[in-house]
Design a protein around this ligand. Structure first.
Ligand SMILES: [Zn+2]
Length: 223
């Protein structure tokens, strides 16, 4: 497994640990954790702090009805020990985080690649939330994406291969968080295609005058 150099900020891991991070960014953090030992250890530490705090909270009596209702809901949770979903989609990959393969294979409508630009294909992933568009992006070897501005938050995790922008090179497992106002131009590595998982909160705005060519970048379509 490659060395991960780019991680979510501590505050994001704190929110993740506390269950306060929205679903789509949480999917990206989970995907990063699959690759990153360092953040898994940090999360374990945060979870321990959280459970210590919980154990110090004064207990409140609950009625039988509420207790039964909670137990019923716990019983209805999916069995997390269930075997991995078999790969039915050509997008799934044994090296991807299990969660990502589940999202790919578990969608009612199997995600399909569609051309976004000469160098980039995109496949939307169904997550059942409306705040973010979650998608896989495939950048071909050496492919350039349009230089773009962000007017919403974007969370990205590299699942396969690598890409670079003006700031750094991002390899398998690396986590990238773009905020409104950030401008960059990702470029696929020369030695192979790059596949990323991303959660996009609001439309990406192009920063060059030929933006009309890149209309697909302007929409978000949560699924
Ligand atoms: Zn990390």
């Amino acid at each position: 497994m490659s060395t991960v150099n780019h991680h979510p900020e501590s505050s994001m891991l704190v929110d993740f640990s506390a269950g306060n991070l929205a679903i789509a960014p949480s999917i990206c953090v989970s995907a990063h954790l699959h690759f990153c030992n360092q953040c898994r250890n940090e999360l374990l530490r945060l979870d321990q702090v959280g459970s210590k705090l919980m154990s110090e909270v004064e207990l409140t009596e609950v009625g039988d009805h509420l207790f039964d209702s909670v137990i019923t809901q716990i019983d209805q949770l999916p069995d997390s020990s269930a075997p991995a979903v078999s790969s039915t989609s050509d997008m799934a990959d044994g090296r991807y985080p299990l969660l990502v393969n589940k999202l790919i294979n578990g969608s009612e409508a199997a995600p399909t690649w569609r051309r976004m630009s000469a160098s980039v294909d995109v496949a939307q992933v169904t997550t059942g939330q409306k705040e973010y568009e979650v998608a896989l992006h495939k950048i071909c070897a050496g492919g350039k994406t349009p230089r773009h501005n962000h007017n919403g938050q974007e969370f990205t995790v590299v699942l396969k291969g690598s890409f670079s922008d003006e700031h750094a090179v991002y390899k398998e497992g690396d986590f990238l968080f773009c905020e409104p106002g950030d401008i960059h131009q990702p470029m696929g590595a020369q030695n192979g295609e790059c596949i990323c998982l991303s959660a996009l909160a609001a439309p990406i705005k192009l920063s060059n005058p030929f933006g009309f060519l890149m209309n697909p970048w302007l929409r978000i379509n949560p699924m």
